[in-house]
Design a protein around this ligand. Sequence first.
Ligand SMILES: [Zn+2]
Length: 702
Amino acid sequence: MLVPTLLLAAATSSPSAAEVCLDKPAALASPAAVAPQLVDDAVRQLVAEHGPTHKARIEQGVKQVASLWRPSDGDLGAFCLEHFVADAPAREQLFARFEAALEQTDGHFLEIGRELRRASEVDVGPMLPIDELFAGFDASAHLLDDLFASKIAFVALLNFPLSTLDQRLAIGAKWSRAQWAQARLTSRFSRRVPAEVLRRATEVQAKADLYIANYNLWMHHVLDERGRRVFPSGKRLISHWNLRDELKAQYAAGADGTNRQRVIVRLMERIVTQTIPLVVINNPRVDYDPFSNHVTPAPPDTIEQDAPAAAAVAVDATPEPSTRYAQLLAQFHAARAQDPFSPTMPNAIQRSFELGRELPEARVARLFGDVLGSPLVGRVAAEIQRRLGRPLEPQDLWYDGFKARSSISEATLDQRTRKRYPTSEAYRQDMPRLLADLGFSKAKARFLAEHILVDPSRGAGHAMQAARRGDFPRLRTRVEKGGMNYKGYNIAVHEMGHNVEQVFSLYGVDHTLLAGVPNNAFTEALAFVFQARDLELLGEKPKDAAATKREAVLADFWATWEIAGVALVDVAVWHWLYDHPHATPHELRDAVVAIATDVWARHYQPVLGDRPSPLLGIYSHMIEYPLYLTDYPLGHLIAFQIEEQLERAAKQGKRFGDEVERMAVIGNIAPDLWMTQAAGGPVSAEPLLRATERALAALPPR
Ligand SMILES: [Zn+2]
């Protein structure tokens, strides 16, 4: 895990939402356009003042300002005359001012947030009620508004070019580092969404969160096809996460497990199609057969003690009235309300691809197609079938059996880590040794250890970046009473990987506006490389490292295949929404079911039992964080590519630490360009496919 996720915020910035009256989706305010005459006048005056050689830049700058200028901002022409900078050295100075100032605002606001959340994130003793309020308080909430109101944002827009993703991809490889940094400067001012529009969006988001958080199924009351109770009393599962994880866990339970998996699949399909009776949701007072869709009152002695208050809903099969899709529709309207305020990206789908991940949608679709259409799918499926000893079924979308048996028991490992790390301070002191063993030079290991602060975490652990030089990334590790257990240690090594990338990309990058990585997948990939070597660092030699690696690759391939289809459904639904902005929740439900069933028919049905299914529509992200799912399969592909590069470098005798540093200081440029500089080619599915091919070849002969 990585906190805070500034990049992620950009990736998901499109759909948060507002409570919008469904039949008046466009009721929110639109920006008033500046009269073309005013723009022409400003351009003419500036050209007269600075000469025709600057005309192109003047035209672009004035247009960029005008696109977000409001009448309350005052006299556009006077502003442009005062703040346009013509000569190159002065522009460079202006840019340097912006870079220095924004490093301070970003860095200090990050620190304020970190310190306000300190009591809720770091183990400093019992929490007080006030801690939660501080944790929810964002001192920088109005920063962007203020930068526009003070005209600072407009000075940037007047003097430095905005770019589209197409432009960045077409000519970005020829840009200087300074040009990339300028692109990062202006892109943060490419939208000026009014606080009210954002506030309503946040409200809709909160409602969707609440809806999902309360979508629980009491599994003791979900019956199998023969009407039997097959889940234990008290098991309450939230859709979709717990349902999916329960399904995965059932692989260990043989034929009974398969039966339970079939029940869960039917249940999920009922949720997607919204044929699930309203009375079943979060209610252990009724028994439900998802095959026949029948509901009956549960026998009193089967009802759990901690059942929520009885709902005033009839005990019959009346379905939920498309509430799931009403939530999604509200998210859509709230995202759409932001369109007029994003002149260069007036569409939420576009914003999610161009702003957040900086990969064109069509290219991402092709990358996913490379996985979905790969002949390796059939070969991995055949291996799964062999291991299961039965033909594949829809639930095997989440097959969970690729695992190498560990040779060392977790209890032994716990003992080792507890002894070595009784406190988080002990871990801090060991960091120079850990980093040197990983393959950093002694000097770099010391430098890194001096720039990473370690805190005892309340949660499982996380890495927190810093955003200005002089401040330090934090490694939060969880240490139980008797010392750090193996799980905590394993996470700490992962988070340390994030911290290393954070230190290099902040302190080693040439422009602080380029600090970071293109998106989260890149830093996750580096962190996983660290994490994978945790046993080595503990002085343990895993017995069958090759088998562990082989199984992990096959598991990743299958997971990528699974989530790629889910992501395609998510995006296709948003296209449908933009094509049908006045849809009702019922119409949206039918569209989601049709889209999910269609993607299933094309890619999954031939592999998983040849029966139509809307299963791919089950992910709660679709409702809660729309357009986010695409990041998961992309993350898998990027991770394999980075890992392959690190392996290649190792074979060439390059030191691991030097290679990680070389990659990390590339910073936040477009993903394809980053990957080309880091690994010799654009983002690609090939490394994953190659690794899968090798893993299949390495399976023991039968
Ligand atoms: Zn992570």
